[in-house]
Write a protein that binds this ligand. Structure first.
Ligand code: ZN
Length: 68
């Protein structure tokens, strides 16, 4: 996920690219390749790297799996 421009801090938190984020509210879980956005006004919610790529590239699940 880092190659999508995320710069997670030492707590693996990053500014969420899916909503207007001023404080890092996107928690990354590198071990499981998943993420969770803690903001209540964000549509990303919780998901894995496939879902992340779908949101970032606005592509289909199949296309996301091919990229992952
Ligand atoms: Zn978010």
């Amino acid at each position: 996920m880092v190659h999508y421009g995320l710069r997670p801090d030492k707590h693996q938190r990053s500014l969420c690219p899916f909503h207007a984020d001023k404080t890092p509210s996107l928690q990354l879980y590198p071990k499981t390749a998943s993420f969770c956005c803690f903001s209540s006004n964000c549509s990303a919610g919780t998901g894995d790297v496939i879902w992340f790529i779908e949101l970032m590239d606005k592509c289909s699940t199949h296309a996301a799996i091919m990229k992952a």
